[in-house]
Write a protein that binds this ligand. Structure first.
Ligand SMILES: Nc1ncnc2c1ncn2[C@@H]1O[C@H](COP(=O)(O)OP(=O)(O)OP(=O)(O)O)[C@@H](O)[C@H]1O
Ligand SMILES: [Mg+2]
Length: 531
């Protein structure tokens, strides 16, 4: 990595002048990290980073994908040990050698990659390795199942989510898993709570509930570290913000004294004035894909739409409205009960993703960990996985030079932060893993591409590159479907938008002529159009 940074602004980590309730009597913050560095083989993830957390504050950590946010949090929670630097917790220097260690000290973390055990129940996951026991003083051998469920239910109720604690985690949606992780951290009664992108897959309403819980925790004196790429939602809960860039400490400010634009320019090292690129493509009249009367029991009914050459069609709607399910069915990941899908005038009979891929339909899933990546394999293999023919020679053997070129091209195009194309994907930051999946499907050169929440968890600069790529694909004549819960993104990027409500399309609107309010009316079922 590059040369050493300029010294961090001294003022940023001096002890606060006013010894309010946020500080202990000595004026020490609850947690303080000084000069933290972390090196992985070939990667300097953090150099001389400072961070402090007060009681009863929400402290945001911002930075681009790969800036070092998760690594810093994993150091606080004992997943990693720092290569250098000190951690002062409640006035004493501490070394946490595992999460168990940090949990015992009152530090809980919700990881960016969810870590639930699919075949165990929700309650078992919440109390994993800490199950209440029967017997004298709860020290017996057998798990007190009744108490386990009741305790778990209490945590879930506190979050206002309606999930049966007895059901297995397998089959829960990403958002529900997120809520279970949050319930788990609440059950720990921590003094420090670290949330690494907790809202990235939550609905508006779930986010509201989470914010309420955060406010309650704050009021009871818990120090909360909050990591998110959704900067605009921070104003509601964040007290201070620390920015990291390339593993280096940039600044710490009171949130009230700064702006989202200022934070963004610190994150990327320059100011970003455009949020969406100008569209260079206009859709033609030629229809690439048409869906008619698609139904699948219990998930969607009578869904029809057309997608034109060079068009970006939005799928808007509330979470659970059936957008992902329709895309998955067209992609052959789930069976259809009724309806036909036509590609370039030919009716398809797709029964598996393999068929869909062969026909030229690609689907970038929202649940990237489960569906998109071979996590232990290197960057180059993942990138070319969906299109081995293009990197094989005529004997069907992999042409490594071709593969390396393809992988390097996409690493550059998407600005993926990795020490090399041989790095196992599991060692990349969350956002960079997402970019790999996008690269993989781009390399596949499909005719129709479904992007399901493609910018979730991706930093602002990278978002813009993904939008540019979508536009470039459309300009090449590909039909793009953008499934997104972010209305500004739908309005900024699409030509038309199909709005879903409870498994049906309630309207298809011309993006230029519609508004956020109108889309919301269709999404909530108050408006409905014939076509
Ligand atoms: N175990 C590891 N081995 C090698 N490199 C790692 C490991 N963990 C993280 N890194 C690297 O350290 C850097 C910082 O990663 P980190 O996960 O902290 O980023 P981040 O700020 O959380 O990004 P994102 O917003 O994408 O989640 C990245 O370049 C990443 O590839
Ligand atoms: Mg991260």
């Amino acid at each position: 990595m590059e040369s050493r940074p300029a010294e961090p602004r001294q003022s940023a980590h001096r002890p606060a002048m006013t010894a309010g309730p946020a500080l202990s009597a000595s004026g020490e913050p609850l947690l303080r990290l000084d000069n933290i560095s972390k090196e992985f083989p070939g990667v300097r993830a953090l150099s001389n980073v400072h961070f402090d957390l007060r009681r009863g504050e929400v402290h945001a950590v911002c930075g681009e994908n790969g800036a070092g946010k998760s690594t810093l949090m994993k150091i606080i929670s004992g997943v990693y040990q720092p290569s250098a630097g000190t951690i002062i917790y409640k006035g004493a220097e501490r070394h946490f050698s595992s999460t168990r260690d940090s949990e015992a000290a009152g530090i809980a973390i919700i990881h960016q990659e969810l870590n639930l055990v699919p075949h165990l129940s929700v309650a078992e996951n919440i109390y994993l390795a800490r199950e209440p026991r029967l017997g004298f003083m709860g020290r017996g051998f057998l798990v007190d199942r009744k108490k386990l469920r009741a305790d778990a239910k209490r945590c879930l109720d506190r979050l206002g989510v309606d999930i049966d604690p007895g059901r297995p985690v397998r089959g829960l949606s990403v958002a529900q898993c997120q809520m279970v992780e949050i319930a788990k951290s609440l059950s720990l009664d921590a003094e420090v709570l670290i949330m690494d992108e907790p809202t990235s897959s939550l609905t508006e309403q779930e986010t509201r509930l989470l914010f309420k819980v955060i406010r309650d925790l704050k009021a009871s004196g818990v120090g909360i570290v909050y990591i998110s790429h959704r900067l605009d939602e921070m104003a509601e809960i964040v007290d201070r913000v620390t920015v990291l860039r390339d593993g280096r400490y940039i600044s710490t400010d009171d949130f009230a004294d700064t702006t989202v634009d200022a934070i963004v320019s610190k994150m990327v090292g320059r100011s970003l004035d455009e949020k969406f690129p100008d569209r260079t493509s206009t859709p033609s009249d030629e229809i690439v894909l048409s869906a008619e009367g698609l139904s699948r029991a219990g998930t969607f009914r009578d869904v029809s739409f057309t997608l034109r050459r060079g068009e970006i069609l939005g799928f808007a709607g509330l979470m659970g409205a059936g957008r992902t399910e329709v895309a998955r069915a067209i992609f052959g990941a789930d069976p259809l009960d009724a309806g036909t899908v036509t590609l370039h005038g030919r009716t398809l009979s797709i029964t598996s993703p393999r068929d869909a891929i062969a026909a030229g339909i690609a689907y970038l899933s929202e649940d990237r960990k489960a569906q998109g990546l071979a996590i232990k394999m290197p960057v180059d293999a993942n990138m070319t996985l969906a299109n081995m023919e293009d990197v094989s020679n005529r004997f069907g053997l992999i042409d490594f030079a071709k593969q390396a070129k393809a992988a390097n091209d996409y690493v550059n195009l998407l600005n993926i932060r990795t020490p090399s194309i041989k790095q196992p994907v599991r060692l990349l930051s969350g956002g960079n893993q997402q970019k790999i999946i996008i690269g993989k499907w781009l390399f596949r050169k499909s005719k129709v591409l479904f992007f399901d929440e493609p910018t979730r968890g991706i930093d602002v600069g990278a978002k813009l590159s993904i939008y540019r790529i979508m536009d470039a694909l459309a300009a090449e004549g590909i039909g793009v479907v953008l499934i997104s819960s972010e209305l500004p993104e739908i309005l900024g990027m699409t030509d038309r938008v199909a709005v879903f409500h409870q498994g049906r399309i309630t309207g298809v609107l011309e993006t230029k002529k519609t508004t956020q309010e109108e889309i919301m009316r269709y999404a909530s079922g108050y408006a409905r159009s014939a076509g």
